[in-house]
Design a protein around this ligand. Sequence first.
Ligand code: AMP
Length: 210
Amino acid sequence: MKIILLGAPGSGKGTLAKKISRDFDIPQISTGDLFRAIVKESSPLANKVKEIMASGGLVPDEITIEMVKDRIAKPDCKKGFILDGFPRTVKQGEALATFSNIDTVILVELANEVIIDRLSSRRTCPNCGEIYSIEDNPEEICKKCNTPLIQRDDDKPDTIRHRLEVYDKNTSPLINFYSDRLFKVSSAGSPEETYSPVKAFLTKLEEKGE
Ligand code: AMP
């Protein structure tokens, strides 16, 4: 199954992607994670991407599209994949259609005020990528690998607002673009409540042999 997770930053795509990946045995491809790996290097590209990410803007389409094209050509994507954070513009969606057929697009919906609250309290493990809320993990230590958690620079309030504006302007037109294969889910409840209808839907889709 080839799946896109669409939704504003902080709507819960990453958490949902990890559950789908575990149960359906397909890799999660997070363009945000791929870019965070790139900025750890020292190269002109790394410096450029670092600056864009810190501002909450979008990395140019050409760079992003090439990176995803290379990634989904790898053997672990043969059975399918979950795109988390890509496409983020209609141009990226159009390019993706030239090299892959997407079965379904899951739109994760959450009100902006809730997103701002959740992102401000989000902490990430820099080692294994696990995501926590400081309310559920006040010690700020990863429960999986014992690494101290960090707050992403772009999870600070001013940058969050900008990222939400970028989503409304550049990414939300993709909802229309994928109107023929959209499955909507609200992430206002717990991660399990969000995942339950998605799991049922994907199980049916898998049975149909898609
Ligand atoms: P994320 O972890 O998905 O919130 O992504 C973090 C940052 O990486 C974004 O704010 C962008 O700067 C960059 N990024 C991730 N995915 C894309 C994409 N598909 N197109 C352009 N920039 C992206």
